[in-house]
Design a protein around this ligand. Structure first.
Ligand SMILES: NC(=O)c1ccc[n+]([C@@H]2O[C@H](COP(=O)([O-])OP(=O)(O)OC[C@H]3O[C@@H](n4cnc5c(N)ncnc54)[C@H](OP(=O)(O)O)[C@@H]3O)[C@@H](O)[C@H]2O)c1
Length: 280
């Protein structure tokens, strides 16, 4: 049975699934097959990026499925080296050609790169690309309040989505609160922290046992109850199904609190602090 994934409405009226599928490292024929399995298993939101070098793989999976294009929700991202306005416009067009799509449902600035400091003109390019019909909704990744404030001040437009690193060891409570106060939906990248030692955590295992669920399902349910859109990646069809079988149980407030308490100040997976880290 295909899981029905609930949806959310963004501040521009666009409707988005509340759990998506990460595609980082899914490339070529095996990648297209894995993404195709994900669609068959019920995922509709596919998260790619220009820098993953797999927009064409996502496009191939879309070509292979019988699910109509308008039922899918496809995201890509603008890399740091193309923040200048003209480069950004060309890159969005190139992203579309690579995936053989007429439009993206969501397009994000991948990193703010505040030292380079061209993210406002990149944002203007996304605003215009939306007007031209290339993109239905526009957002950012890894933006902090000071970066978002500048978008608001200089363009008057705030993103619909801020995709940030978020998992039990680094739960970004303050950034999520800021996003929520500004009607920006948080999307969680590496939502299960790449299935590292978090999966072995005793507290999470205890909660999972109480619900007859796996630790991964407990973590993904926690994102859902926080109001964040998790985008777990898995090349494995059984795990893909496991990761969206989360709508038949509920974590108690005490369990939510216990998971919130696992966060650590230096809990980032690769120490990528967007105030300093830049990616091109
Ligand atoms: N905006 C950004 O800057 C940014 C940065 C990083 C990632 N992202 C996006 O976020 C997506 C997800 O993040 P991620 O890929 O870094 O990490 P993730 O989704 O937290 O973890 C993926 C890893 O977990 C394993 N896994 C998945 N489900 C599992 C399960 N039920 N049980 C055990 N292991 C499981 C996968 O293995 P198998 O594949 O072998 O099953 C894979 O090794 C990416 O794919 C990408 O789309 C965005």
């Amino acid at each position: 049975m295909i899981n029905q994934i609930p949806v959310k409405t963004l501040h521009d009226g666009v409707v988005i699934p509340s759990v998506g599928f990460g595609t980082y490292q899914l490339k070529g024929s095996q990648g297209a097959q894995a993404i195709n399995h994900a669609i068959t298993n019920g995922y509709r939101l596919l998260d790619t990026a220009y820098n993953y070098e797999n927009e064409a793989t996502v496009g191939e999976a879309v070509r292979r499925t019988t699910v109509p294009r308008e039922e899918l929700f496809i995201t890509s991202k603008l890399p740091g080296r193309y923040h200048h306005y003209d480069d950004a416009v060309t890159t969005i067009q190139e992203s579309l050609y690579r995936a053989n799509l007429d439009y993206y449902d969501l397009y994000l600035i991948h990193w703010p790169n505040p030292i380079q400091d061209h993210y406002v003109e990149a944002w203007q390019a996304l605003i215009d690309a939306k007007k031209w019909g290339y993109i239905r909704s526009i957002g950012v990744c890894n933006f902090m309040p000071e970066h978002l404030e500048r978008l608001k001040e200089e363009t008057g437009v705030l993103p619909t989505i801020n995709q940030i690193e978020c998992h039990p060891f680094f739960n970004q409570a303050e950034q999520r609160k800021w996003n929520e106060e500004h009607q920006i939906v948080t999307e969680s990248w590496s939502p299960i922290a790449r299935a590292n030692e978090v999966i072995e955590h005793k507290e999470l295992q205890k909660i999972a046992t109480q619900h007859g669920k796996t630790v991964t399902q407990v973590i993904l349910r926690w994102h859902y109850q926080l109001g964040a859109i998790a985008i777990p990646k898995s090349a494995t069809p059984s795990r893909q199904r496991e990761n969206i079988a989360i709508f038949d149980f509920e974590l108690t407030p005490a369990e939510m609190e216990a998971i919130n308490d696992l966060t650590k100040p230096h809990g980032r997976i690769n120490d990528q602090n967007p105030a300093e880290y830049e990616e091109f």
